[in-house]
Design a protein around this ligand. Structure first.
Ligand SMILES: C[S@@+](CC[C@H](N)C(=O)[O-])C[C@H]1O[C@@H](n2cnc3c(N)ncnc32)[C@H](O)[C@@H]1O
Length: 286
């Protein structure tokens, strides 16, 4: 069931968190203008060639990845429920001089409207903490299938549900799948950008907001990899790639993670490897 009540609560929580997150990132427009990119090799590999392609970035937050994709020649549209994120993304496009359309909307309503209007994309992309906010996996997958052009590709790069079972102290905190039940977080979306040092701030880390306390609680979901993959298969998408990686790109999921080149973080010393991210590329048959 699509939980609009939960989405609305999450919108408020994301508005507050996004302000804090961007406060830690130095001159993002200058970084992009100078040719900087916030993308990682994992999504680049799955997305393949984007030059000249239409691309929708679902749950794009403040548009840094969206505009990095535009720099590679994609004609981009970013969609996010957060007012703060979309306002920031529009400013970032203007200040960096990189073209991109940004639309503030709930992803379900947006995909429905886009499909009805006949809008179709060569690529649909979502990443790094997106699926956890999806309340109805079937409707989400149906929406994605409805906006892909024939031969179009959906790419997802996500934190692995096996990784997000653990809290930041690596205590077992959540089931692998919450079976569609929301998990309430009283403290809301946190300031993980500050906690990740420069992992999530490739333009440079600045002090910004201190001791951020989100006044708005949030609700997310644990979705197992098979649940996500099967939802996409069930709507007729063809699974082309399914990947797992034993590191997290940029985001410090736990305290004391081991840093590697390329802003990769692995489990803390002495802790065996876990799958920390997974990736999917699925295409709409011609
Ligand atoms: C962790 S962020 C994704 C970050 C993104 N990968 C990026 O490039 O920065 C999750 C995003 O999902 C958005 N979101 C959550 N629920 C949503 C919904 N129902 N519809 C649209 N966006 C939603 C939040 O506003 C937030 O910006």
């Amino acid at each position: 069931m699509i939980r609009n009540d939960i989405h609305e609560a999450n919108r408020r929580s994301w508005n507050a968190a996004t302000r804090a997150h961007n406060s830690h990132k130095a001159d993002q427009a200058g970084f992009l203008r100078a040719g900087g990119s916030t993308l990682f090799p994992e999504e680049m590999e799955l997305l393949g060639e984007v030059d000249g392609r239409t691309l929708v970035h679902l749950q794009c937050n403040s548009g840094q990845d969206t505009l990095s994709l535009a720099r590679l020649g994609a004609r981009v549209t970013g969609v996010d429920i957060s007012d703060e994120a979309i306002e920031f993304a529009r400013r970032l496009a203007a200040d960096s001089g990189i073209p991109g359309e940004f639309e503030r909307a709930d992803v379900y309503a947006w995909m429905d409207a886009a499909a009805r209007e006949g809008r179709r994309f060569d690529r649909a992309f979502s990443s790094y903490g997106a699926v956890a906010w999806i309340s109805d996996l079937r409707a989400w997958a149906r929406g994605i299938a409805g906006i892909l052009a024939p031969g179009g590709r959906f790419v997802l790069v996500e934190f692995h549900p096996a990784a997000t079972m653990f809290d930041e102290e690596m205590r077992l905190a959540h089931p692998y799948s919450s079976g569609g039940e929301p998990i309430e977080t009283e403290a809301g979306v946190g300031d993980y950008v500050r906690d990740s040092a420069d992992g999530l701030a490739p333009s440079g880390l600045v002090d910004g907001v201190r001791d951020f306390a989100n006044p708005h609680r949030s609700f997310d979901f644990q979705w197992g990899v098979c649940e996500v993959a099967q939802a996409l298969i069930d709507v007729g998408l063809r699974m082309e790639r399914l990947r797992e990686w034993p590191y997290s790109n940029g985001c410090a999921l736990y305290r004391g993670m081991r840093a590697e080149a390329g802003r990769r973080l692995r489990t803390p010393p002495g802790v065996p490897d876990l799958p920390l991210m997974y990736g999917i590329a699925a295409t709409r048959p011609e």
